[in-house]
Design a protein. Structure first.
Length: 91
């Protein structure tokens, strides 16, 4: 059994789920928003968004989805897919 999981790890590249910070930054840049514009549209302080994107604080999943879908008008699953594709292209 150990051998099977070892060989499957070698065959299939393991992907980790992107962090909320990565999703927020990617979606914001994809839409061409500044941090100030994004924060104002969502009703939070710019420094809060900056701290989320810089991984100083972890955003709640509701805030990640809210910003991506309500402010940037993007589908969260599509953003995660594009983010994963861009990360696999860079590696």
């Amino acid at each position: 059994m150990t051998q099977l999981s070892y060989s499957s790890n070698r065959i299939f590249k393991q992907r980790r789920a992107p962090l909320g910070a990565e999703i927020l930054r990617f979606a914001r840049r994809l839409r061409g928003y500044t941090q100030a514009e994004s924060a104002a549209s969502y009703g939070i302080e710019e420094r809060t968004l900056r701290r989320w994107e810089n991984r100083e604080y972890s955003p709640k999943w509701n805030d990640v989805v809210g910003l991506v879908e309500d402010v940037y008008s993007l589908d969260i699953l599509e953003v995660i897919g594009k983010l994963n594709d861009s990360n696999s292209d860079n590696h």
